[in-house]
Write a protein that binds this ligand. Structure first.
Ligand code: SF4
Length: 381
């Protein structure tokens, strides 16, 4: 895949002129009030002045894409709820006009910096989906992650959001953390399910370089334990009426994240803000993670122009994460029948086809295949 040199945002634009087929916009707010020991996202400590400067550049970046209307907006981070009330209002005022009627508008929040006033503001500006970082319901584990909240605070804010009329709430959980075991996981799930959220995102802890966990030599779960814990999650959530629609995401009927499906269905989206990724026509790009560069307007870190073959690889990488996989006719209309048959033959030859289910118009992985996703993708790609 051809990588282009980093370039200043101001220096590029023609190739990024908007098409009205791009239906999703991701906005990254990198500020946090504390830094978690496992986190490798683009983030830094909240500072009011810096956040003001950041929003100014962010707005110019948004303007540069000449966005008309999108069907989904996702404000993530970092911790978007760390912005103060006037910054939050400024941001919401800026982005709300881009959302089509009936669109999905998600906002990530941490309970330590959400207030009634901020929740009311989100509601007023049309946010209709909240994603709350819970990570664990066990105080000792939360402390080991360097999270600053308790589950009691999660419950309080969750019910507050419900009272204000938020009827689409997602909760995030991490398993495989130090000191956690299968009993604690079971308790976590029980606690979250009592809240009856519409959506759950449940991730296994990964150890990334330059995080506190990495420096402290914390190890991820071994394969057997990982499988055991994942299978428990799957069993409990399926019994409670949640459908796994992506390897780590579970939803009640009709509450899948439309925004995140854009990524997993390999569709175009705008990504703005520090460290954000975007995909416009056949261009994938990643923004710089350096705040200094970002504030100078040197926004794009890397661009990748995709050939048809590259796009097809991304199609597999993204769509296979979905429990429903992809539609064969959609694949064929994009990449041709011959290529499809070649892929299937290749999978049969490598013995990987046993992890796939090909029926009617659909190709997807079975439960074992989804467990082995990373390994399978290396073989497939
Ligand atoms: S996990 Fe979230 S809250 Fe914690 S440091 Fe990373 S972005 Fe900030």
């Amino acid at each position: 895949m051809k990588k282009l040199k980093p370039r200043c945002l101001k220096a590029k634009t023609k190739s990024q002129k908007t098409t009205n087929k791009i239906n999703s916009l991701y906005i990254h707010i990198p500020f946090c009030e504390h830094l978690c020991h496992y986190c490798d996202f683009a983030k830094l400590f909240y500072d009011e002045n810096l956040a003001n400067k950041y929003l100014d550049v962010l707005f110019s970046e948004i303007d540069s894409y000449q966005i008309k209307k999108v069907k989904t907006i996702y404000i993530g981070g970092g911790t978007p709820s760390s912005l103060n009330i006037s910054q939050l209002e400024k941001l919401l005022k800026k982005v709300t006009p881009f959302l089509s009627a009936g669109g999905e508008f998600s906002f990530e929040l941490n309970v330590e910096n959400i207030t009634l006033e901020k929740l009311k503001l989100l509601k007023f500006y049309g946010v209709n989906r909240l994603s709350i970082g819970v990570q664990s319901t066990n105080l000792e584990i939360l402390k080991s992650l360097n999270r600053q909240h308790s589950f009691v605070e999660v419950e309080k804010n969750y019910y507050l959001a419900r009272e204000l009329g938020f009827n689409n709430i997602s909760l995030d959980l991490i398993y495989g953390t130090p000191k956690q075991n299968i009993e604690i996981l079971e308790k976590d799930l029980e606690n979250l399910l009592k809240l009856n959220p519409e959506h759950l995102s449940i991730y296994e802890l990964s150890i990334h370089p330059n995080t506190v966990f990495y420096l402290n030599n914390i190890k991820p779960l071994d394969e057997d334990e990982s499988r055991k814990q994942y299978n428990l999650i799957l069993k409990i959530l399926r019994n409670r009426g949640y459908k796994r629609y992506e390897i780590a995401n579970f939803a009640k009927p009709n509450y899948q994240s439309k925004h995140n499906l854009t990524y997993w269905q390999n569709k175009n989206y705008y990504g703005v803000g520090l460290g954000a990724h975007g995909y416009i026509k056949n261009l994938r790009y990643q923004n710089t993670k350096s705040l200094t560069k970002y504030l100078k307007g040197e926004i794009i870190y890397e661009k990748e122009i995709l050939s048809l073959e590259d796009e097809e690889k991304y199609f597999w990488i993204t769509n296979l994460r979905l429990e429903e996989g992809f539609k064969i006719d959609e694949y064929i209309s994009r990449y041709g029948k011959k290529r499809f048959q070649r892929r299937i033959d290749q999978l049969k030859q490598t013995g990987l086809f046993k992890y796939m289910i090909k029926s009617n118009n659909q190709v997807r992985l079975n439960d074992d295949g989804l467990m082995l996703l990373d390994y399978l993708l290396i073989e497939i790609i």
